[in-house]
Design a protein around this ligand. Structure first.
Ligand code: XLS
Ligand code: CA
Ligand code: CA
Length: 436
């Protein structure tokens, strides 16, 4: 049985290819800065968007043609595993990511859910062994179940807190079993609707408590290598989400002493929602040595929602890949396509076309970023811009050899302060030459 019978393994055919089912830029083994492209990217497929999402929106039902759907939820779940691994292999992607709720039906109780999960994880494990495909990260979906109406670890209801903890425990067990290297905590409904009824410090402390328990449990079961990834998002589904952006998330991790085991999983669309660029979020994370992994997608600048489109904006992707290079790579993280096909792209083959578009865009972004790095484009601009700190009073400042008295004396004797133009339009025009 095959779910994509017309599709052969997707190959790299070069820029001139007119075959829509071929890579024109992503050539997995091609070396860029001494490393195969595929190892720079460590691409992963998001199970939820490609194998669960039905293409519904607030105004209409699902439109996606998906041949793995049946009347029986367990049968559908098993079909999905087959379809997903066929897809990963044909696309040549080595990693995948999933929420517990993506892979197995909840059934009627938590116990039934865990039993369903065990059965499906058996199948996933077998497929991973057969294909060599690996788990980039898994996570516990603590937002879909109606009990999470007031949040999970931030819920006012302690029984809800316990269910959420049980899902996290199960998720870490699954991670150990499948050899996962990362475990994601996206805040889901951790946030508030109104401060009128919310004790914010109390809720945040409870969230931190759960994360500490997760760290302890991972150590206890001999899975202490696991990196936990906190994923910022400013809004949706809550009006205000606690992990607003990278800076807010780092303040939280520092406040509760979690930085040893936690890094950030940054999503492009969430950066947009927070009023930042993707590269800003990555630069902030890097400044804390906390850039863990990426959720590759893009938002629509004309809409205020989390639209999770496939990434095709070469400009942003180039600047993001530049941050990845500056970070020395993402391992053990990677680049997960947290993106869904548009509702009008409802055929099965669109799953391939969309991922090919994203992977080709990242390949082009990587190459442009490598050129920028090799030619020290940004380094030179910055060196020149901060040159005043390389000598004289500037050097004394950065060597901590001054104080307010000395600086005041210096300033009073130097009335001739002169600034230099940044020529920013010229910089942007030159940047275009590297990208296009
Ligand atoms: C939702 C998030 C979610 C996380 C994983 O907006 O992007 O899918 O990446 O829970
Ligand atoms: Ca995400
Ligand atoms: Ca999103």
């Amino acid at each position: 049985m095959t779910y994509f019978p017309h599709i052969e393994k997707i190959k790299y055919e070069g820029k001139e290819s007119t075959n829509p089912f071929a890579f024109r830029h992503y050539n997995p083994e091609e070396e860029v800065l001494g490393k195969p492209m595929k190892d720079h990217m460590r691409f992963a497929i998001a199970y939820w968007h490609s194998f669960v999402n039905e293409g519904n929106d607030p105004f209409g039902k699902g439109v996606n043609q998906r041949t793995w759907l049946t009347e029986d939820p367990m049968e559908t779940a098993k079909n999905r595993v087959e379809a997903a691994f066929e897809f990963f292999e044909k696309l040549g992607v080595e990693y995948f990511c999933f929420h517990d709720m993506d892979v197995a039906p909840f059934g009627n109780s938590l116990a039934e859910f865990f039993a369903n999960l065990d059965e499906i994880v058996d199948l996933i494990e077998q497929k991973m062994q057969e294909t060599g495909i690996k788990l980039l990260w898994n996570t516990a979906d603590r937002h879909t179940n109606p009990i999470y109406v007031n949040g999970a670890a931030s819920s006012n209801n302690a029984d809800v807190y316990a269910v959420s903890a049980a899902q996290v425990k199960k998720g870490i067990d699954i991670s150990k079993r499948l050899g996962g290297k990362n475990f994601v905590f996206w805040g889901g409904r951790e946030g508030y609707e109104t401060l009128l009824n919310t004790d914010m410090p109390f809720e945040e402390e409870n969230i931190a408590r759960l994360y500490k328990m997760a760290i302890d449990y991972s150590n206890e079961i001999g899975h202490g290598e696991l990196t936990f990834l906190l994923e910022p998002k400013p809004k949706e589904p809550m009006k205000h989400q606690y992990d607003f952006d990278a800076a807010t998330s780092m303040a939280f991790l520092q406040k509760y002493g979690l930085t040893d085991r936690f890094k950030l999983n940054l999503e492009a669309n969430h950066a947009t929602l927070a009023g930042h660029t993707f590269e800003h979020e990555m630069a902030v994370a890097r400044s804390y040595n906390a850039l863990g992994s990426l959720d590759a997608n893009q938002g629509d600048m004309l809409l205020g929602w989390d639209t999770d489109e496939f990434p095709t904006d070469l400009y942003t992707v180039t600047l993001a890949m530049y941050e990845v290079l500056e970070n020395g790579g993402l391992e053990p993280g990677g680049i997960n396509f947290d993106a869904k096909v548009r509702r009008t792209s409802f055929e099965m083959d669109d799953l391939f076309l969309a991922h090919i578009a994203g992977m080709d865009t990242f390949a082009r972004g990587l190459k442009a970023a490598a050129r920028l790095k090799e030619e020290r484009f940004f380094d030179q601009i910055k060196e020149e811009r901060y040159a005043s700190y390389q000598e004289g009073i500037g050097l004394e400042i950065i060597n901590d050899q001054t104080d307010l008295k000395k600086l005041s004396e210096y300033a009073l004797n130097h009335n001739d302060v002169e600034n230099k133009s940044s020529h920013i339009e010229y910089v942007k025009a030159k940047l275009n030459d590297y990208i296009y």
